[in-house]
Write a new protein. Structure first.
Length: 107
């Protein structure tokens, strides 16, 4: 039996401190990130949540990251910079529960 058209997750090689890793990842994964944002916009809209509202809720995670995981916030900001998107858009993709049909506990 042969299976065709299977997509696999790409292996994206990055190295260095958080900011360097984030920039590398953002640039190398830009197309995937932009596609994910488009998909999440649709998923949130199906729940009656606009993308800007979801990003606003994601912003509420910033103080916790600043206080507890500064290295992670540095990397997230650099991912956003590398991909040409806002930091809260990267957070909105990640500060949620899975699947996207059940996003962020506050919604």
């Amino acid at each position: 039996m042969s299976v065709k058209n299977i997509r696999t997750f790409p292996l994206i090689d990055i190295a260095g401190p958080p900011e360097a890793r984030g920039l590398q990842y953002g640039m190398k994964a830009k197309d995937y990130i932009l596609r994910a944002i488009q998909n999440y916009k649709l998923a949130y809209a199906d729940l009656g949540v606009g993308w800007e509202q979801a990003c606003g809720i994601a912003d509420t995670f910033l103080p916790m990251l600043e206080n507890r995981e500064e290295w992670l916030l540095t990397e997230v900001k650099a991912i956003a910079q590398g991909a040409g998107v806002r930091t809260n858009e990267i957070l909105a993709l990640n500060c949620r529960t899975c699947p996207p049909s059940a996003p962020m506990a506050q919604i």
